[in-house]
Design a protein around this ligand. Structure first.
Ligand code: GDP
Length: 301
């Protein structure tokens, strides 16, 4: 058995040493290995197919360069294509920054299902912007559905040393968003993070609420929080939100548990939006900018 995708590809191609160009048959043999590896890494089937088409197109007919083995050459093509698909061709393998260049306060609206890690990620991002970029941040919870959701954010705010909007019982999400915006303006806040309500499943009421909040707050960023460990479910959730809310990026949580990085590939392809952050643990410092090149390395192994 061969463990990593790199190993598998090297094996398929080692017998091709000394040939002129990569033939269609050679490439198709290799792509079977890629397909198995992607599906084992929980990449959604249509995404795996699309990926293989793109690599095949790039690889067939390529002259085998003398200085590298055919295996290395295809690994390079797979790697480049992974980076393009994870980050978009413009990203160069680097992390995509947040777009906060608006008249302050820049609003970041966090959306996602309950349990995805939305509230934790809100506090993590606020802390990161404050500590690494010197931004004055404020957070507000618009979650009036789940008991104690607003208190949970207040507790995280204390831990992260980031201000939270005082809780006014009975106020509805759009009104909380407006109050947060006024408070942020008065206090010269640079970045206001709105932690919206989640649900156990995507439903119409949730989407209507997200649209209403987005309409009232005019966010600079709308970040969808998804759990990397939920596989195909995460892909379906991403699809539903993409159809309804103007997303600008994705936060992929529990990357600490997803050794293979497959969810990242699916997510980028389904939403068409860059993954901006990866959650890597429960602590408030456990968040990283998402680097396509590093995740491509992880998928290749
Ligand atoms: P919400 O319902 O979407 O707001 O989810 P929470 O933010 O309350 O998170 C649910 C649980 O997931 C909490 O126990 C978090 O500590 C945990 N969690 C969030 N992000 C991560 C992550 O990146 N890695 C790990 N291991 N746990 C996480």
């Amino acid at each position: 058995m061969f463990d990593t995708l790199s190993d598998r590809l090297t094996n398929v191609f080692d017998r091709l040493r000394g040939r002129g160009a990569l033939s269609e048959q050679d490439v198709r043999d290799a792509m079977r290995e890629v397909r198995v590896a992607l599906l084992e890494a929980d990449v959604a089937l249509p995404v795996a197919r699309q990926f293989i088409e793109r690599v095949t197109e790039r690889a067939i007919g390529q002259e085998v360069v003398k200085s590298v083995t055919p295996g290395q050459q295809v690994i390079k093509i797979v790697n480049d294509e992974l980076i393009d698909m994870l980050g978009g061709e413009e990203s160069d393998g680097e992390a995509t920054p947040l777009n906060l260049a608006v008249t302050p306060p820049a609003i970041i609206m966090m959306v996602g299902l309950q349990g995805s890690g939305k509230t934790t990620s809100t506090a993590k991002i606020a802390k990161l912007l404050k500590e690494k970029e010197g931004k004055k941040a404020m957070m507000a919870s618009l979650d009036v559905n789940r008991p104690a959701a607003q208190e949970q954010l207040a507790v995280l705010g204390e831990q992260a040393d980031v201000a939270t909007l005082p809780i006014v019982p009975g106020q509805q999400p759009v009104d909380i968003a407006k109050r947060a915006l006024n408070a942020a303006k008065l206090q010269n806040i640079d970045v206001l993070l709105l932690d919206t309500a989640g649900r156990l499943h995507v439903d119409e009421a949730l989407m209507a609420e997200m649209k209403a909040v987005a309409g009232a707050a005019d966010p600079a960023e709308v970040l969808l929080v998804v759990d990397a460990l939920t596989g195909q479910d995460a892909v379906n959730v991403a699809q539903s939100f993409t159809d309804e809310v103007p997303l600008t990026g994705v936060v992929l949580t529990r990357m600490d548990g997803d050794a293979r990085g497959g969810a990242a590939l699916s997510m980028r392809a389904v939403t068409g939006k860059p993954i901006k952050f990866a959650g890597t643990g429960e602590k408030l410092d456990a968040i990283e900018r998402f680097h396509p090149a590093r995740v491509a390395d992880r998928i290749l192994g």
